[in-house]
Ligand binder design. Sequence first.
Ligand code: G3H
Ligand code: ZN
Length: 287
Amino acid sequence: ALVSAKEMLTKAKQGKYAVGQFNINNLEWTKAILLTAEEMKSPVILGVSEGAGKYMCGYKTVVGMVNGMLEELKITVPVALHLDHGSYDGALACIEAGFSSVMFDGSHYPIEENIKKTKELVSICNSKGLSIEAEVGSIGGEEDGVVGAGECADPNECKAIADLGVTMLAAGIGNIHGKYPENWPGLSFETLDAVQQKTGDMPLVLHGGTGIPEDMIKKAISLGVAKINVNTECQLAFQEATRKYIEEGKDLSGKGFDPRKLLAPGFEAIKATVKEKMELFGSVGKA
Ligand code: G3H
Ligand code: ZN
C-alpha cells in the first residue's frame, strides 16, 4: 500500500542520503520507476504534476493504476504517491482521490498567503496521516505550465513555513526546472546552509534535479537535502531511446510496430536513469 513520505524522508535526512521523486506520465513510466525501486531496494516517491494528472484522465485513475501495480508487481519497498507543485484545490482533489502525499506550491503568493493556505492543508494532511511539502522562494524555469522566477528563498520565511508542521520543505536555491543554461551559476549553498540552520531536522527538497552536477548533488545532501525531484531527465532518456528505435527502422521490421515493442527501449531507458539517480542519491538498499 502507498505510504506517506514522512518516515522515508526522516530516515534519509538522518542517514545523509536522499530519496528520489520521479514524475510519472503513463503506465510505462510508473512501471519502470516502481520496478527499479524494487530492484534497488530503494524507497521512492512518484510525482504527479497537475498537468500529468489530467493527461492520465484524473487523479483517481492515477491512484487506481498505482495501487494496482503495487499489488500485481509485488512491490515491497515504501512508495509515496505525491502531487507535484499543486494548487490548493489540486491538493484537496488528490487527498480526496487517495494520494499519500501532496505538495502545495504557494511560492507565487505573498508569504502571508502562502502561510495561511499551507497551514490549512497541513491540518488536513495531518488528520489523514498524509505528508505535505511546501515551497518558499521559487524554482526557476517552467514545468507543466508552472513558471518560477528562480529567486532564492528567505531563510526566515522558510522557518515560518517549516514551523507550520510541513513534512518537507522545498527552498529555491538557484535550482531550475528543465535543462540548465550554459551560464548557470550553480546552486546557492549559502542559501541552503542558512535554510538548514533555521529549519533544523526538516527534510529539504531539491527540485530541478535534471542536469545538476554530481558534486553539487552530494554537497546538497550533506547540507540537509533529503528528497530530489527528477522529471526532465527521464523524458530526455525516453525520447532518445524511442527516437533511436524508430530511426533504425525497427518499427518497420517484423512486429516492431507493436506498441509493446515500440515503447520498450524508452521504458528501459527510464529504468536506467532512475537506477543511476538512486545510486547517486544514496537510497539504494535503504528500503
Ligand atoms: O517538480 C519536479 C522537478 O522539480 C523536476 O525538475 O524536470 O528539472 O528534473 P526537472
Ligand atoms: Zn519542481
